[in-house]
Design a protein around this ligand. Structure first.
Ligand code: PLP
Length: 359
């Protein structure tokens, strides 16, 4: 068996011990003679899977008891709609800080529903910055302040949650569990799974319980956090295997030393790659250091005509999916929790060698 280093932004690389455990349990989950995929979402066996996943996530993020944890289908994009539907009204829209393509999408969906107010945008900088607090346009009457803690495409990341008197709502799809976070500062945290949680098809929503409310009948029950909370996230058949895989990833993070240890390792990996880029006159990353992402590192070659060749030859060397997002071009290394430091070293070795050949 040969495993490569997968730098894909998502679905992303998973930790080998997680895949091995899933493989070992695939045909016969805990003596049941069938896989997790085949057991009822209402069975006691699945109750244990669900409760175990939630308990482990609660331990990892020290989630206070007054927060509900939901496991919902539809990915983070579904939450772009569920956030305004569950929290905002036309009189009290949600406020949005737009610092990249994903928060722009979230804002666009809420706006279409007539439930959004644009507080600030860094689009004029090509999303290479985070709007300064002095630029935010807020009345204070908004239902919440939404931001994406890490913008996966442009590679900018908030170092700390923004300060606001409004309930904070954060899309943490691409950096959840990569560092400690004080959940008590947030109204809602949500994240799609396919980067730091597991496989696609499921999103996690951590919501302060006092924000749960009954919705107008026109909103389908499946979109209601309150109904889903009462139903244990099982109003209908959930993505059971993705839920199980999330639990395995949580256990792996715990076995590695938790999110504090993840943050140390992620810092080391990011320092190593940015350090290499910054001393190079062949490669570059043009995001200001204070907002650089520790998860997604876009980079270019000064001679842009070499980008295609770089990606192709890297792929052939076992460094997969380094092509940058089509909206920004160049390359992007997504280095979530499961990417070991050896992957960064292998990438840097390849970059040096490529420069020698093509530079
Ligand atoms: C920050 C961020 N938000 C939202 C999404 C959308 O996630 P999904 O495909 O689960 O809807 C992504 C996907 O890459 C993302 O990176």
């Amino acid at each position: 068996m040969s495993r490569i280093f997968n730098f894909c932004a998502g679905p992303a690389m998973l930790p080998l011990p997680v895949l091995e455990k899933a493989r070992d349990e695939l045909l016969d989950y805990q003596g049941l003679g069938m896989s997790v995929m085949e057991i009822s979402h209402r069975s006691s066996a699945f109750d244990e899977v669900a409760a175990g996943s939630e308990a482990c996530l609660r331990r990892l993020l020290s989630i206070p008891g007054d927060y509900a944890v939901l496991f919902l289908a539809g990915g983070a994009t579904m939450q772009f709609a569920q956030v305004p539907l569950n929290l905002a009204t036309p009189d009290r829209p949600g406020a949005y800080i737009v610092d990249g393509s994903w928060s722009k999408k979230a804002f666009g969906i809420a706006k279409r529903l007539g439930l959004a107010h644009l507080a600030a945008s860094s689009e004029a900088t090509g999303f290479k910055s985070i709007p300064a607090k002095e630029e935010w346009d807020l009345s204070g009457n908004e239902a919440y302040l939404h931001y994406a803690s890490n913008e996966t495409i442009s590679g900018v990341q908030f170092r700390h949650p923004p300060e606001s008197s409004l309930p904070l709502v954060s899309d943490m799809s691409s950096d959840i569990l990569s560092r400690p976070v004080d959940v008590g500062k947030f109204g809602v945290i949500y994240a799609g799974a396919q980067k730091n949680i597991g496989q696609s098809g499921i999103a996690i929503v951590i919501v302060r319980k006092d924000l749960l409310r009954d919705l107008p009948p026109v909103v389908p029950d499946l979109q209601s956090w309150s109904v889903q909370h009462k139903q244990g996230s099982r109003l209908n058949t959930p993505p059971t295997y993705a839920w199980y895989m999330a639990g395995l990833v949580f256990e792996w993070i715990e076995s590695m030393g938790g999110v504090k240890r993840m943050a140390e390792l992620n810092q080391q990996k990011a320092d190593r790659l940015y350090g290499f880029l910054d001393q190079s006159s062949f490669y570059l990353n043009d995001i200001p250091p204070e907002v650089r992402s520790h998860m997604n590192i876009p980079f270019q070659i000064v001679d842009e005509s070499l980008h295609g060749r770089f990606v192709e030859e890297a792929e052939a060397s076992g460094l997969s999916s380094l092509k940058g997002h089509r909206s920004v071009g160049g390359m992007r290394a997504s280095i979530y929790n499961a990417m070991p430091i050896e992957g960064i070293e292998a990438l840097i070795d390849f970059m040096k060698e490529f420069e020698n050949r093509a530079g």
